[in-house]
Design a protein around this ligand. Sequence first.
Ligand code: PEP
Ligand code: MG
Length: 582
Amino acid sequence: MRELLPGTAASRGMALGRARLVQPSRYLVDTRPLAEDEIEGELDNLHRALDTARLELHELRGRLHGALAREVNEFIDAHSLLLDDKELLRGLDDLIRIGHYRAGVALKKQRDRLAKVFEAMDDPYLRSRREDVDQVINRVISALQRQTSREERKLAARVGEILVADTIAPADMAHLVGNGLLGVVASSGSAYSHSAILARSLDLPMLVGARDALATIHDDDLILLDAERGETIVHPTAQDLARYRAWQREAAAEGRRLAKLANAPTRTRDGVPVRLFANAETSTDIALARARGADGVGLYRTEFLFLKHKGLPSEDEQFNAYRDLVLGMGGLPVTIRTLDLGADKADAAGLALRGEDNPALGVRGVRLSLRYPAVFTTQIRAILRAACYGPVRVLVPMVTQPDELIAVRTLFKLAREDLQHENVDLPEKLPLGAMVEVPAAALNVRALLEHADFLAIGTNDLAQYVLAADRGNDGLENIYNPLQPALLRLIAYVIAAGRRANKPVSLCGEIGGDVNFTALLLALGLCEYSMHPSQILHVRDRLATLDHATLRRHAPRLIRAHTHEDVEALLAQLAEQATDPS
Ligand code: PEP
Ligand code: MG
């Protein structure tokens, strides 16, 4: 019987396919006691995960060299010893064998038990060992989860299927799309999460917050995912299917119309030129950026290179990737962003020394790079070498204050001198810019502009830090809203400061490529948008319908609004005056 499940559209489009369910990882939610005949299998699962964790630490040690190795090896050794600690291991085995707990639950219990022991200690050094225990056990839990998700992945990788899951990690999504996945229905998650961003860039329809999906949909049910309306229809009727076919026809016609814009200039209705840049990482993105007529690459996130390698890429590896990017863009400017790893991601690259209670506010972006000058210098050398092959700009992430930019400039200067001694060709100039994504950087932007050649506003993070709301948390969607007046005021302030200093300001957060925000950003004075290349034609098309002068005139009203609802209402009013419907 037909059933309709509401959700929030995170990536638009429609898809018709068979449902493939992925239940949340059983290790973290399954608290049912083990049956007698499950015990040996569960012990086996635990010991496989322990072996994986040991191997990971061993590999991590092998990847580090020089000063970094000296700093980190002490921690690796401490963790390796803990993984072989007889008492810890016996405790885990007993919890499974005698307590009949599943491995995930046993690990959590053991972690809580040891935490209490360490917390009761007087010696601050011994007390601090609690962190090591937490990290080691978390590493084993994560290995355990990966074991299950690998099993789940086998289930979920067939052509013609729509994934129905609690959430999906970006890496899993990329893998499944390669296997013919048609869409995603997630029971939790937010439209601003990294998975949602990826779904949009892959043109993969996705709904989030479809609360009842896992309980209502069954494997192999035929479902119609409608991310235009924000709903999933289980067992669609002939009428639903007719609507789907009509949408397919319309989408194809719209695609043909947009394709004609690939070589058109980007101008508003009243003739004001706007520059559209691409956020690009892969060779596919680079090819698409060229095909869609991008003005260059506005954001190349180098952390992808580090995470792909699960370690530190060498200078040559980085040089080759950056040079390919520069060559691929055929003389158009490219903006290479230096490493932006948060403490959570840094672990995969082998850079995290210890877990932080609050990684989003921790040693992330340029803070991390400056803490590891040897690693950073390797990246800087690779960028300098690649910059001989075309126009390159360097963008520094998570800048909070001018001294960070000054330090980065000094490192570039030193690397330049070394390369000169080595007789390596060097670019004449290499503009250095700052991401504005920390509220302090936005508020103190004039000081930053004394040291930056250009700015790029990162609204994904700026919104999360201004609003104190995690961009991936679905419980905060009413707060994490890019129309919040506080955020708009900062954006307008940064753009105006850039204009006064005569330095370019672009915007490379998700809203840069979202046509729902194109008019608003134009009103705030933006002339350089950077977005996933799949969005370029849509934004160019939207800009051609907008009257720049009208929008600019109304900017003060938008900025003075009190709530995001007020901004939304004002924009709707403005749409009629500033848009040419033809
Ligand atoms: C941003 O924060 O807006 C941004 C573009 O950077 P990232 O999404 O990589 O954090
Ligand atoms: Mg950011």
